[in-house]
Design a binder for this molecule. Structure first.
Ligand code: SIN
Length: 479
């Protein structure tokens, strides 16, 4: 049985030694220190870049079938170590154990998917424009990839980047969130065990600015894949311009959830609960704004309230808990600011609305009624357990309200009307739409946004493209 608990970065197949410079990782549920982690900076990042660049020469030449084997094994190991990985998630991220176990399975599914995709990474033969020639298109790995991942899904946001990158023949330096590096270290333990060669997957954690800047300025790093805030995404994009790195960004969301008057309200509430309160509302694709037709507004809010009041807030290891803590004080302050602002602008609290009696970073699952477009909740991602309920009178109004945001990640709507279904799906300015469904995330479908929610797609048959360059070859002198 492997021990997945490591507290140091993993570079070129080695766990870095040294205790001199460390930083603490806290459990957000009780503010207790989970671990002291070695604090890496520019020097270690440079070392990781050199290692990844060196490893690339061999890794990119491996047969797809060899990469498939390694990735498949890595995913299988995740499932074998599901309990240990989930416990690490609960400790450093705070999510309830059942949700953590679900994240492990979701995260492992990216290995299974891209292990298979590696074998089907076909090129093209194109009808030629000139006699005695052939046109071929091949795909090549972009090279060394830098991945920067967030704290809300410390495993899944890593595997959805590393699986396609390695499947394509790239090598990687991962900078996980400083708040949740332990899950990334655990993945590295399993990578070694799965047979990922030294230097192919490196994890560097510590001084975010130094690590980020070193990755961004390096000419050896050819691609940056980032999941996080739109503000940081814009900064990274500016920095990436200096070396013209290929980029993919999965940024903030402000998901609308539209309940039309013909919706199955019980199904809509089920979808609403799954989407809104997943990970205590700390998910980029979480609903941020509920738009409910005025004819069903009261009934929907009533049904939703009954479900929200059943949620159990607490420590992720406590039986039956469905809502963990928020990640930090800044998150608590943002949730409170959005609620205070909504109240000042005509909103009213149906349930919740304040810090939970458990104290610390726990917040009551909240519903706000009479939300309007002047409120912060209409325009900013709350990233917390707050359901803001707006009303609308016509389909056109619902679409105008839903699209009135700089973001365009996901949207959801509930209706039984087929004609409306297609019209609304077409009108929504987002990368992903859930129709009569509240959970859309899966390794088999393309995940990503439009507008200021970013670009690039993760998962699905499109996911490999982000880590490849296309090469056109014209072969002449043929008979
Ligand atoms: C995210 O919050 O960025 C992604 C969550 C998911 O994959 O569903």
């Amino acid at each position: 049985m492997l021990n997945l608990k490591k507290n140091t970065s993993f570079i070129n197949g080695q766990w870095l030694a040294g205790q001199a410079n460390t930083y603490p990782v806290f459990n957000p549920a009780n503010a207790q220190e989970v671990s002291q982690v070695l604090k890496c900076g520019a020097e270690e990042t440079e070392h990781a870049i050199v290692a990844a660049d060196h490893a690339l020469e061999t890794w990119k030449k491996t047969l797809a079938a060899e990469r498939t084997q390694v990735l498949k094994r890595w995913g299988e190991l995740m499932l074998e170590y599901r309990q240990q990985l989930a416990e690490i998630l609960v400790e450093e991220q705070g999510k309830p154990l059942a949700e953590a176990l679900g994240e492990v399975v979701y995260a492992a599914s990216f290995f299974e998917w891209f292990a298979e995709e590696a074998k089907r990474n076909y090129g093209d033969i194109i009808p030629t424009f000139k006699a005695q020639t052939k046109i071929m298109v091949t795909k090549e790995p972009v090279g060394v990839v830098a991945a920067i991942t967030p704290w809300n899904f410390p495993l899944a946001m890593v595997t959805r980047k590393v699986a396609p990158a390695l499947a394509a023949g790239c090598t990687m330096i991962l900078k996980p969130s400083e708040e949740t590096p332990l899950s990334a270290f655990a993945l590295a333990v399993l990578a070694e065990q799965a047979g990922v060669p030294a230097g192919v997957f490196n994890v560097v954690s510590g001084n975010a600015q130094e690590i980020g800047a070193t990755l961004q300025h390096s000419e050896k790093v050819k691609k940056i894949s980032f999941t996080g805030s739109t503000v940081t995404g814009k900064l990274l994009m500016r920095q990436a311009a200096d070396t013209l790195k290929k980029t993919s960004f999965e940024l903030g969301g402000n998901a609308p959830f539209i309940v039309f008057e013909d919706a199955d309200l019980e199904a809509a509430v089920e979808g609403a609960m799954a989407s809104k309160y997943r990970n205590t509302g700390q998910t980029c694709v979480c609903v941020n704004r509920f738009y409910i037709h005025e004819k069903v507004y009261e009934s929907f809010v009533e049904l939703l309230t009954a479900e929200v009041q059943k949620l159990k807030v607490g420590h992720g290891f406590v039986e039956g808990v469905t809502q963990g803590p928020l990640i930090n004080q800044a998150a608590m302050a943002k949730v409170q600011r959005h609620i205070d602002d909504a109240l000042a602008k005509g909103g009213s609290i149906v349930t919740g609305g304040k810090a939970h009696q458990l104290g610390g970073l726990f917040y009551e699952p909240t519903i706000i009624k009479h939300a309007n477009d002047k409120m912060l909740v209409a325009h900013e991602e709350t990233f917390g357990p707050v359901a803001a309920c707006f009303s609308f009178a016509s389909d056109q109004e619902a679409i105008a309200l839903a699209n009135n945001t700089q973001y365009g990640l996901s949207a959801y709507f509930y209706t039984k009307d087929l004609k409306r279904t297609w019209w609304v799906a077409d009108q929504l300015q987002v990368g992903m739409v859930g129709i009569n469904e509240g959970i859309i995330s899966t390794a088999v479908a393309p995940f990503g946004g439009v507008k200021e929610s970013g670009f690039g797609r993760e998962g699905s048959k499109y996911g490999l493209d982000e880590y490849q360059n296309i090469k056109y070859i014209l072969l002449g002198g043929l008979a």
